[in-house]
Design a protein around this ligand. Structure first.
Ligand code: PXG
Length: 445
């Protein structure tokens, strides 16, 4: 039997298996988006929905940017596809040059893929190949962090630390360990900006993990500069710098997964700049094309490409990894256009300008029923609600659904409500966003 169809759309909802979605509940009460412009979606029932999440953390310059649309159209007409293996096309080279120039100083090469998950797995493989090329092939272990999210492929899932994303899938990649989460409500609840407490949590790498596994067996540490999916968990002041120091002392590569934090979310092209800490590899996706065409990338620091490439015999494929759609012409054209928009419009500086206003607005929700934490940085914030006894996540989900009824899209992870609007949002829209969220939180009590 087919699921019911929204009356406004003659659609059979049954054949689609939706990702990360409660399929039965969704098909019983579907929420479909049919158009978007600027910071608003149009829903299938004709409402204008304020996009409080930049799609899924990706439409940083707002929806329907004419420059990006034109670039994609033009590219589709000129060259729809070219094989990336042993062949090339000009736009992928231009996109890599633009991306590397957009990245922090010292980053020299970009490897293209199609998503954040592929970027995470590509980065882990580059780290392994790099050590092997240097004659340190014993360095094979990978260190992630509790509550980390690095996508859904086997490498990223294995270093990831969200239990629900792992438990159904049995055998993961071996030789993985995890740092502790930095999230701590006892010390850091209601902090504005970077939490003060917790830099010492990075020391666990040197105190527990390195002695246990031996540095000579560890390839890389991968962390999100701030954890997005797990509910906006911010790095304590000094934490990332300490991780960097420890990795340096032990010859371990540091990977920042900037799939969410890249392209302006924290007021810089990459969070590495905001925190003044340079990793060895950066993964990105989402905002790279402003969400318009799937694309991911790994950007590597000077020396990594040369080490891997020069270790192979002349004429040999140096790194046997890649995807049919690596550097796809449409994605590459969209990335060039998106980076152009970010740079021309000074969107990252705009985030730094808006940040204090956004921070004040979200912290106004303190004191609403069940609010146990509010945290923010750049143009991202989370409001954490106390779980209902025996029903963790139920309150968060209800807030999400009621916000949508009131024409606002937010994200929920458990009982944390995450907000990450397009960087072009106006102050009045920030007011509307948090007024609506505040009313809903009070109603849902
Ligand atoms: N790394 C990070 C840090 C991410 O946030 C990925 C990798 C995977 O990217 P792809 O493109 O393969 O989805 C992500 C994705 C949420 C949510 O609920 C966040 C993501 C994906 C799905 C849901 O906030 N981020």
């Amino acid at each position: 039997m087919n699921a019911p169809t929204p009356p406004e759309l003659a659609l059979d909802l049954a054949p689609l298996w939706k990702p990360f979605t409660a399929n039965r509940a969704f098909k019983a009460a579907p929420r479909l988006l049919v158009a978007a412009e600027g910071v608003y979606y149009t829903s299938h029932d004709g409402r204008r929905i304020l996009d409080g999440t930049a799609g899924l953390w990706c439409v940083n310059a707002g929806h329907g940017r004419p420059e990006i649309v034109a670039a994609i159209k033009r590219q589709a007409e000129v060259l729809d596809y070219a094989p990336p293996f042993q062949m090339g096309h000009p736009v992928e080279f231009e996109a890599a040059a633009r991306l590397v120039a957009h990245a922090p100083a010292g980053f020299s090469h970009a490897f293209f893929c199609n998503s954040g998950s592929e970027a995470a797995d590509s980065a882990l493989k580059i780290a392994l190949a790099y050590h092997r090329a240097r004659g340190e092939g014993t360095r094979q272990k990978l260190i992630g962090r509790e509550r980390g999210y690095h996508g859904v492929n086997f490498g990223g899932m294995s270093v990831g630390g969200i239990p629900g994303n792992r438990k159904a899938f049995g055998q993961l990649v071996a030789g993985v360990d995890h740092l502790s989460t930095t999230h701590d409500l006892e010390h850091n609840a209601f902090t504005r900006g970077e939490p003060q407490w917790g830099a010492h949590l990075a020391d666990e790498l040197e105190r527990r993990i390195i002695p246990l596994h031996d540095a000579a067996n560890i390839a890389a540490v991968i962390v999100e500069p701030f954890a997005g999916s797990a509910g906006v968990l911010l790095p304590p002041r000094g934490y990332l710098a300490r991780l960097r120091e420890i990795c340096d002392r032990h010859g371990i590569l540091l990977i920042f997964d900037e799939v969410i934090s890249g392209f302006g979310r924290l007021g810089h092209a990459f969070a590495a700049e905001r925190f003044g800490v340079m990793p060895d590899l950066i993964t990105c996706a989402k905002g790279l094309t402003n969400g318009s065409v799937p694309m991911g990338a790994v950007i590597v620091r000077e020396g990594i490409y040369d080490t891997v490439v020069n270790a192979a015999p002349a004429g040999a494929i140096e790194f046997p990894h890649g995807y049919t759609y690596s550097g796809h012409p449409l994605a590459a054209a969209a990335a060039i256009a998106a980076i152009g928009v970010f740079e021309r419009e000074g969107l990252y500086a705009r985030v730094r300008e808006l940040e204090p206003y956004f921070e004040s607005a979200v912290h106004e929700l303190r004191g609403k029923p069940n609010v146990i934490d509010i945290r923010n940085l750049g143009l991202v914030a989370a409001v954490e609600l106390a779980p209902r006894p025996g029903a963790p996540g139920a309150r968060g989900q209800e807030v999400f659904l009621k916000c949508y009824e009131r024409n606002l899209m937010v994200r929920f992870t458990g009982d944390s409500i995450a907000v990450s609007p397009p960087l072009v949002i106006e102050r009045g829209e920030i007011d509307t966003l948090f007024e609506t969220l505040g009313k809903v939180i009070a109603d849902v009590a």
